[in-house]
Write a protein that binds this ligand. Structure first.
Ligand SMILES: Cc1ncc(COP(=O)(O)O)c(C=O)c1O
Length: 315
């Protein structure tokens, strides 16, 4: 594992010369919460992946690897977009390995930001992308700095120092449950670790797909996948396993009932939050329960998939 040194607001290259960060980088973070009925609240989609990418980019610069080399990583697509956007602002080349079944919107955004994209076998899921990134990194260490978000401590650290503090502040310290899907696991690890330091009674709930073959882009079924090095199961109070169809259904209901259009993995986390609040198999939480659901991306990144589902429903 790497040890990250993160310096705020400045970039120091190999030469020791300091240059200011692009203004765009300064806009990442401080995402507002959207209150929903029956006490779950959730952040407006998209915060967490930009935070993670920002902290990892800063580490690559602090090590003197970037911008001389290209940042290389595997991603289900969203962190790849965050790297590509933030990298474009700073003149950092980005190469990402992404499963070929990543939504058309994700692939179009990567193209728009000028990232080099290596598409991998969709049947191998996110693990296929990881294996390809490892292969490229081993073959061309002169060309690539392999960020390895699945093992990089800057990933959970970004959430430890930002997401958790924001949620604590935004809920006035009243958060009782944190619910987030597991991909690299960085969001749940970093946010959960800090929140439980602030209040040991906060419950940390992980969300996973209910099987190895699923449509929840960004999420991993850990029993059948490469387990990220940053994952610490001791931090998780319990895991909810959610079917893709239930997550899609939650996304549709949320859009119609609240005007918030989120991505599928957020739908899965909402299903988990509903289970917590209706607690069939565990003590029902107090009426004052305040469940926070992390929303890593917007439904706009799934519009083509959404259309396909609607057509399937209609036929
Ligand atoms: C849509 C979506 N949901 C959930 C996650 C999981 O977040 P994490 O990697 O912090 O576990 C990701 C990660 O990229 C994602 O893209």
């Amino acid at each position: 594992m790497n040890t990250a040194t993160v310096n705020d607001g400045e970039r120091r290259g190999k030469t020791g010369k300091v240059s200011p960060e692009p203004a765009l980088w300064g806009l990442v973070g401080n995402t507002p919460l959207i209150p929903l009925d029956a006490s779950p609240v959730f952040p407006r989609p998209s915060p967490s992946l930009f935070l993670k990418a920002l902290f990892i980019l800063r580490d690559g610069i602090a090590r003197g690897e970037l911008p001389d080399k290209r940042l290389l990583d595997a991603s289900s697509g969203n962190t790849a977009i965050a790297y590509a956007m933030l990298g474009a602002a700073a003149g950092i080349g980005v190469t990402v390995c992404v499963p070929r079944n990543a939504s058309a919107e994700r692939q179009a955004l990567l193209d728009a930001y000028g990232a080099e994209v290596v598409l991998t076998d969709p049947l191998e899921g996110s693990d296929g992308a990881i294996r390809e990134a490892r292969r490229l990194a081993a073959r061309r260490p002169d060309r690539f700095w392999y960020a390895d978000q699945y093992n990089h401590p800057a990933n959970p650290r970004a959430h430890y120092v930002t997401t958790a503090e924001e949620l604590w502040r935004q809920t006035g310290g009243r958060i009782t449950h944190l619910v987030a899907g597991l991909g690299t696991t960085g969001t749940l690890m970093g946010t959960g670790r800090r929140l439980t330091e602030l209040n040991a009674r906060i419950e940390v709930v992980a969300v996973q797909p209910d099987g190895p073959f699923h449509g929840l882009e960004g999420l991993k079924h850990l029993d059948t996948a490469i387990v990220p090095g940053i994952y610490d199961p001791a931090l998780v109070d319990w895991t909810e396993f959610v079917a893709t169809e239930d997550a899609e259904d939650a996304v549709r209901r949320l859009a119609r009932e609240t005007g918030v259009f989120a991505g599928w993995s957020t739908g899965a986390a909402l299903v988990a939050a509903e289970r917590i609040l209706t607690a069939r198999d565990r003590p029902r939480p107090a009426a004052t329960a305040l469940v926070v659901v992390i929303a890593p991306d917007s439904g706009a990144r799934y519009l083509s998939e959404y259309r396909r589902l609607r057509e399937e429903d209609a036929s």
